[in-house]
Design a protein around this ligand. Structure first.
Ligand code: SOE
Length: 386
């Protein structure tokens, strides 16, 4: 412990994501003992003094702030981690970069392209380490999918299909805005399922299968008005409740994506399937330790979908956990992200996805929303490997 270099974390926001990140910081050093850096929970910030004090004591933060500007100004903070609603990402990230801090930011990068570009410029101008928490990349089965694809086993890829289905906003009585419900308020979130859920699918898709070139999308807002939790007034709902798009990838494959918060019975069903010339793979967040794999080269009498339980020591990240056969969970993707971030400080490599990588996802989200609004295909402007 004594020989480790400390990275003093200042976390802004103590909601659901604040908890996932704090758990990641608390557990990374236990399970990745070889890392040279060790996160220290220096300060947590939230506007509500009672809430932030309770959060600090629950997760082990040394101190609290109620103004993020005070946290960013502190000399005893090395890295600012942003877990606020999306409308705060740009302002805090830019100020943190200008103060010379490393910046970690919860997804999506921001609400708009303008905010996103300003954030990328700020971290690159300041030369500070930066990363966006697209956590699903770091589940072992998803990382294994990447290794299988990169090995060429699938051959030419024809199809990429992804869904992210939820059902928590079906009730018309659910208000929009304010604590816990800011994802329904376009001012706070920027968009609905496109920025919140499809952004995950797009990040994974471009990581696994390369650039998305152009898109054709439809969106729907099923409940047109909701009471705003802060004003108590009925207000127009300006987010997309559901979005479906199809696309061309740069490698010639076709993509099909669907996300909704109105799929009764589905809580967080993120799935993807990739069909190649020689083999296919598929994955399901509800069974996250498994990767399914079909290899056409298998002898025909035993050919079929294999269900690979990704829990063995020679599979990604799993040498750090229990013994073969014992699974891990959603929270581990965040622990892995912390470990990879700390490792990137040792190696000097970027910690992907960087702000610039996440900008590519943002471009696709923007093109999806523009396509849905105009009823026409849109180029994304993304090219190359992400
Ligand atoms: C929305 O319900 C949400 O919490 C997203 O904001 C997360 O990014 C996703 O991983 C799970 O669903």
């Amino acid at each position: 412990m004594e020989n480790k270099k400390e990275i003093r974390i200042g976390l802004v926001g103590c909601g659901f994501m604040g908890r996932t990140h704090s758990n990641g910081y608390n557990r990374a050093s236990n399970f990745f003992p070889d890392l040279q850096y060790r996160p220290v929970l220096k300060a947590v910030c939230s506007r509500n003094p009672e809430k932030v004090a309770a959060f600090a004591s629950q997760w082990g933060y040394e101190s609290t702030e109620t103004d993020w500007k005070a946290l960013v100004a502190r000399e005893d903070i090395d890295a600012v981690d942003i877990c606020t609603p999306n409308n705060m990402h740009a302002e805090i990230a830019i100020a943190a970069a200008e103060a010379g801090k490393m910046v970690l930011c919860e997804k999506p990068l921001a609400r708009t392209m303008d905010e996103s570009v300003a954030m990328v410029e700020a971290v690159e101008k300041a030369g500070v380490k930066n990363t966006i928490w697209y956590n699903y990349r770091r589940l072992p089965a998803v990382t294994l999918a990447k290794q299988v694809i990169d090995s060429g086993k699938l051959g030419r890829i024809f199809h990429y299909r992804a869904n992210f289905l939820q059902d928590w906003t079906i009730s018309a009585d659910l208000p929009q805005g304010g604590e816990s419900l800011w994802r329904l308020d376009a001012n706070a979130a920027g968009s609905g399922v496109t920025g919140d859920l499809l952004a995950h699918c797009i990040d994974t898709a471009m990581w696994l299968n390369g650039a998305i070139k152009d898109v054709s999308a439809v969106t729907e807002t099923f409940i047109k008005e909701r009471m705003h939790q802060l004003s108590g007034q009925m207000q127009k709902v300006a987010i997309d409740d559901a979005c479906i798009f199809h696309c061309h990838f740069g490698n010639g494959s076709l993509g099909l994506f669907e996300s909704t918060r109105y799929a009764r019975g589905h809580k967080a069903l993120y799935t993807f399937e990739i069909n190649g010339e020689h083999a296919s793979i598929r994955w399901d967040l509800h069974d996250l330790n498994r990767l399914e794999y079909f290899d056409h080269a298998d002898e025909s009498n035993v050919r079929g979908w294999r269900s690979i339980h990704v829990t063995d020591g020679d599979q990604p990240y799993m040498d750090k956990w229990w013994v073969p056969g014992l699974g891990i969970g959603y929270e581990h993707s965040f622990i892995h992200q912390v470990a990879d971030f700390l490792k990137s400080l040792e190696t000097g490599e970027p910690c992907a996805p960087t702000f610039r990588d996440a900008l590519q996802t943002q471009k696709v989200c923007e093109a999806v929303l523009e396509s849905a609004a105009s009823g026409s295909w849109k180029d994304t402007g993304v090219s190359g490997n992400i």
